[in-house]
Design a protein around this ligand. Structure first.
Ligand SMILES: [Ca+2]
Ligand SMILES: [Ca+2]
Ligand SMILES: [Ca+2]
Length: 265
């Protein structure tokens, strides 16, 4: 009888300790003298961003909107894989990425550690490919890269520096934690060049994301998960690229085995 009671307690606590399958990674307030995501959006895109959206996790300045992208799969949507998933933020998350990537640039740094930006290839590649070193502090930062080498490839974004690399996929990280949160940026409506011709219009705009990294592992001294240590803007053309054979193979394994995924004003 006592054993059964113990079992019941254990079973209940096991259920309770199962990590959330869907949703958003919590973001802690930054230390004094560092900026929140709301402040960073205002600095990068101008205007006065305020919280918006159903969960107040998005931000808008009335024209430009930053919509938070899921960090974990949403089971209510089912196992659907969308290569360009992040256009439609529902049912997709920011762990694996595939798009016609164009350009990445450092936008902010609120951290002591050195920062660089890159990626891991495919679902399984564990070689860190650095794209650029970030230099400078706060918003006075530099570091950028043309993303032709990852266009049409399945990748996980990553941040290096200070003898550690963290990945956009939590299970890659030594603490198993999410180290990157993502917002889809819409409303800039800037011109885009197609076949040498400049065209205007929302439907022709680049897809744009702002990704925010946390550079310390859970349990390290002064770890804070404020997700403002390195902020990078990523752009892509709104066309699903012809995937390479490699990307197709990776796509197949993602679809078959598990969840789908996925310059400024
Ligand atoms: Ca994430
Ligand atoms: Ca931090
Ligand atoms: Ca920080």
């Amino acid at each position: 009888m006592r054993w059964m009671k113990l079992c019941a307690v254990v079973c209940v606590s096991m259920v309770c300790s199962v990590p959330a399958l869907a949703g958003f990674t919590p973001i802690n307030p930054p230390p004094v003298n560092e900026a929140t995501h709301q402040q960073i959006f205002s600095a990068v895109y101008g205007g006065n961003f305020v919280p918006t959206g159903l969960l107040n996790l998005d931000y808008s300045n009335g024209t430009v909107t930053a919509t938070r992208v899921h960090d974990f799969p949403d089971p209510s949507v089912g196992l659907r894989f969308e290569p360009l998933s992040l256009i439609n933020t529902y049912g997709s998350d920011d762990q694996l990425w595939l798009a016609d990537f164009q350009f990445a640039s450092a936008e902010a740094k609120f951290a002591v550690f050195e920062q660089n930006f890159g990626y891991f290839e495919g679902e399984d590649g564990m070689t860190y490919h650095k794209l650029f070193d970030q230099s400078g502090l706060i918003y006075n930062v530099s570091g950028e890269a043309n993303l032709a080498e990852v266009s049409g490839k399945l990748i996980r974004w990553a941040r290096g520096g200070e003898d550690r690399v963290v990945s956009s996929r939590p299970s890659d990280n030594e603490d198993g934690m999410d180290h990157m949160v993502t917002y889809l940026i819409t409303g800039l409506d800037e011109p885009m060049v197609i076949d040498g011709q400049q065209v205007r219009g929302q439907q022709n705009s680049l897809i744009r994301w702002l990704v925010f990294f946390e550079d310390k592992f859970q349990g390290e001294e002064k770890f804070d998960f404020d997700f403002n240590d390195l902020v990078v803007e990523i752009t892509a053309l709104p066309v699903i690229p012809e995937p390479s054979t490699l990307a197709l193979a990776a796509l197949g394994s993602v679809f078959g085995l598990r969840r789908r995924h996925p310059r400024h004003a």
